[in-house]
Design a protein around this ligand. Structure first.
Ligand code: ADP
Length: 598
């Protein structure tokens, strides 16, 4: 086996294991599919035997007497019965596999989705959303592809080929052996032709992708094209791409024609060889006229099943590769896990203790021996230059990552030992650039507490200063906000996120202040909303604009993963030449003259 083939087998096993487990939940339906398929193929082998008998019977009775016709009709009735059974087998197979495919595919999608949501923050920032979406959807569709190919193509071909060869061997060892050898050769030919066609097919697919890429690039840059009067230039690029596509497509189509031609020659050879052999045997009285019909039907049946076997095998490989992409994710251990004996966090006051915490991303150390105690109800701001580690502190508090040393506790309970769900229920987090679901505003705000009444949602929206702008929308709270909330301005999105956090009413609040330049009206509305939100909570704010945090209980100044100073705004400003003073001078400009204590 080549290295590539070994890799394909290595990939196939985990997929088979997962799919077999999913199938195992429906033993009744699976049995029905297999019995249906088996019945179909056995009847497909059996029915022509009665046709042969009928022809032989008619050939032996050239005089159409009534008794003869009666017997002939009797044989025909048996043929009809078996043909009927074959149709029934086909129906059972079709209906049962439809039920089975639909159920297993929906189970697989559900389990993939459940698994995906359990992965850590790091996993999601390391994988593109589009790629993950594709993996989940292909995981289910690959099952259909694999199961249908195995049952409808491979299983049915094997049963039919074994049956046809066995019947012919029984009639004549020579004819049976010829069919056996031909079947093997035809399969080998198929595999060889499919391998030969593979690079041509890949080039064709690449050409398709290139056309789509050039098209979408041009469409999304339409305004640039028109500003630079470049439509002729773009037409030239597109024309060249289409020329490349034309050549690749033609090569693929011509190779298809070659494949069909070569297969066709093989079909003629087997027909001539078998029927020719049968003529010789008939002359010796070893086979009957009816056998000619039998041979012809079996050859056609076999060709029908084997003709596309190469493509089926290729689709099977592709489906295994698609499925493996999701199985690899399913088998990947979660980055952040609940301990087996994890208990729910019980927040009584909201005190936070970070003791000697160290953490880094890979090789890169971000926090080093970081110690910070925040009293219940205290409002603390983290400030410092970009990259100082402020967001990292909040990510560790939310346990999006586990610390490498030290510990973080809330009201004396180590957050690594409580359930992640209870931890995140106890903390409301308002990110810098909130992303909203493409659902109604009502649903987006209610996300803070999914059992909140409409009245409670309105009240939270009022407190977050977003009721007025929502009420002014034509669909009000039922307005859908577009993918990721793009239909709202930055300030509006922020207030919706604040409303959601107000509704959640968690004892601890983490806030990543918006840096995006908000107009002063939005900014003052946000400040009002935040004041409501912060009331009575333990608060950690990542501050980007120092003017907004002057009234916090304590300001922690961070630099390169360490705390370099801490105190109130006034205390910190007193320390001339300190980092806070420097940052304040840069940001506040003339404003500093009014606020610096004299
Ligand atoms: P701040 O919030 O103070 O601007 P961060 O906590 O975001 O700083 O980042 C601290 C350091 O960690 C930065 O140098 C940043 O580049 C790095 N960092 C942040 N997130 C990641 C990540 N997911 N992978 C690798 N490095 C990261």
């Amino acid at each position: 086996m080549s290295a590539k083939e070994t890799k394909q087998v290595d990939r196939a096993w985990p997929v088979i294991r997962v799919y077999a487990k999913a199938l195992g939940k429906y033993p009744g339906l699976l049995t029905a599919v297999l019995i249906g398929s088996l019945t179909l193929e056995v009847a497909a082998i059996g029915a022509p035997l009665y046709l042969r008998e009928l022809i032989d019977f008619l050939a032996a009775h050239p005089q159409p007497q009534t008794a003869v016709i009666g017997s002939a009709l009797g044989i025909l009735a048996l043929y009809g019965l078996i043909a009927f059974i074959r149709t029934m087998g086909s129906n059972v197979q079709g209906v049962a596999s439809s039920y089975l495919d639909a159920r297993v595919m929906s189970d697989l999608s559900n389990s993939a989705f459940r698994n995906l949501l359990g992965h850590s923050h790091d996993f999601f920032i390391s994988n593109f959303a589009g790629a993950l979406t594709r993996r989940v959807s292909r995981y289910a569709s690959a099952f259909e592809q694999i199961f249908d190919t195995l049952v409808f193509n491979i299983f049915s071909t094997v049963v039919f080929a074994i049956g046809a060869i066995a019947v012919l061997l029984n009639r004549s060892v020579v004819l049976g052996t010829v069919l056996l050898i031909w079947t093997i050769l035809f399969l080998l030919l198929q595999i060889a032709l499919t391998k030969w066609k593979q690079p041509i097919r890949v080039a064709r697919a690449a050409a398709d992708t290139r056309v789509t890429g050039v098209l979408s690039d041009a469409i999304s840059n339409q305004s640039t094209i028109s500003q630079f009067a470049a439509s002729r230039y773009e037409r030239k690029i597109f024309g060249e791409t289409m020329e490349y596509w034309r050549k690749a497509t033609l090569r693929a189509w011509i190779s298809d024609a070659w494949v069909s031609g070569i297969q066709g020659i093989f079909v003629v050879i087997i027909q001539v060889a078998l029927l020719g052999g049968a003529v010789v045997l008939w002359q010796r009285g070893e086979v009957s006229v009816g056998d000619f019909v039998l041979i012809q039907i079996y050859i056609l049946g076999l060709i029908d099943r084997i003709w596309n076997m190469g493509n089926s095998m290729r689709r099977l490989y592709e489906a295994f590769a698609d499925a493996h992409e999701m199985v690899a994710i399913i088998e990947k251990p979660y980055g952040v896990r609940d301990l087996p004996d994890a208990m729910p966090l019980k927040v009584t006051e909201g005190r936070i203790d970070m003791g000697h915490v160290s953490f880094g991303f890979g090789e890169k150390d971000v926090l080093k021996d970081f110690t910070l105690a925040i009293a219940a109800g205290e409002k603390v701001a983290l400030v410092g230059p970009s990259g100082a580690g402020k967001s990292t502190v909040t990510k560790l508090l939310l346990r999006l990552y586990d610390v490498t040393a030290g510990s973080i506790s809330i009201d004396g309970q180590d957050i690594a030992r409580v359930t992640q769900e209870s931890l995140r229920e106890a903390i409301a987090f308002v990110p810098q650039e909130p992303i909203l679901f493409h659902r109604s505003l009502m649903d987006n705000i209610r996300y803070g507490r999914r059992d909140a009444t409409d009245e409670e949602v309105y009240e939270a929206a009022r407190q977050a200063r977003c009721h007025d702008f929502i009420a002014a929308l034509s669909d009000g709270y039922e307005t859908h906000v577009g993918e990721r909330g793009v239909k709202l301005s930055g300030g509006e999105r922020q207030r919706v996120a604040i409303a959601r956090a107000i509704l959640k009413n968690a004892p601890i609040l983490i806030l990543d202040e918006a840096t995006s330049s908000l107009d002063s009206e939005s900014e003052s509305l946000i400040q009002e909303a935040l004041e409501v939100l912060m009331k009575g909570k333990t608060v950690v704010v990542i501050a980007h604009r120092l003017s907004t945090i002057m009234h916090m209980d304590r300001i922690i100044v961070m630099e390169q993963g360490r705390i370099v100073a801490g105190g109130t705004h006034d205390e910190l400003l007193d320390h001339k030449g300190g980092l806070y003073h420097k940052l304040w001078s840069i940001q506040a400009g003339s404003f500093i003259a009014d606020t610096t204590p004299t």
